[in-house]
Ligand binder design. Structure first.
Ligand code: NSP
Length: 222
């Protein structure tokens, strides 16, 4: 049979759940997250998305086939066209201008996560890089779906973060997530147990760095 993407999440269940169900996510779903925490997260996420756009560009560079190149482009479009465009409008609504975004200092959690992914992708092969990128694309799609299934989640005008959930539950984002899972399933079906163990380490590390990113938002850590 071979491995699937779901085997990666099954290999580190505690960290995967800690990421998907983090307090930041719960408070965002309930509409109770403090404005300052959300604003801090939003600003750092702008820097994060720029570096992840670069990481998908690295994936394009490392792509040996047209199908691989197209998949890297899909990931880059999800970041640059879907997320970053909405993100800049969203920041404006939350009182953060594009000039402020351009001059932001990077928080340690942003530095650690983005450079980890770029370093893993530079040192490793295309599959290493896609696995390092997957908690980002697949995780946020899963978070939107998880939030929608929770009784505490409020949707609509009484949740100030409703537009954030809407972005990640959108058909466009969910399709980008499904395409990434399909690409990974195909590649993972061919790897040996030893190679899968290496990929699990990368996936687990990237998931831990996602947890730190949420915590950075809650703590407003610089
Ligand atoms: C930290 C982080 N991780 C994931 C995503 C979803 N692309 C994001 N916007 N920010």
């Amino acid at each position: 049979m071979g491995y699937q993407f779901s085997d990666l999440t099954r290999a580190c269940p505690r960290n995967w759940r800690a990421y998907i169900e983090h307090d930041f996510v719960r408070q965002l779903g309930a509409g109770t997250l403090e404005d300052g925490a959300f604003r801090h997260y939003l600003k750092q996420d702008y820097l994060f998305l720029i570096h992840f756009g670069r990481a998908y560009a690295l994936a394009a560079y490392k792509s040996p086939t047209l199908a691989d190149l197209r998949q890297a482009l899909e990931g880059m479009k999800a970041i640059i066209d879907i997320e970053l465009g909405l993100h800049i409008d969203y920041c404006r609504q939350w009182g953060v201008s594009e000039q402020e975004l351009a001059a932001l200092p990077e928080a340690r959690a942003t530095l650690a996560y983005t450079r980890y992914v770029l370093d893993t992708g530079s040192r490793g092969d295309l599959l290493d890089l896609h696995v390092a990128l997957s908690p980002c694309l697949v995780g946020y799609g899963e978070i939107a779906n998880w939030l929608n299934a929770q009784p505490f989640t409020r949707r609509g005008a009484d949740n100030p973060f409703d537009a954030w959930i809407a972005m990640y539950e959108s058909d466009e984002f969910q399709q980008a997530m499904q395409a990434e899972v399909a690409w990974l399933n195909e590649r993972l079906s061919e790897v040996s147990p030893a190679r899968f163990a290496e990929l699990t380490t990368i996936f687990n590390d990237a998931t831990r760095l996602e947890i730190d990113f949420w915590q950075m938002g809650l703590d407003r850590a610089e």
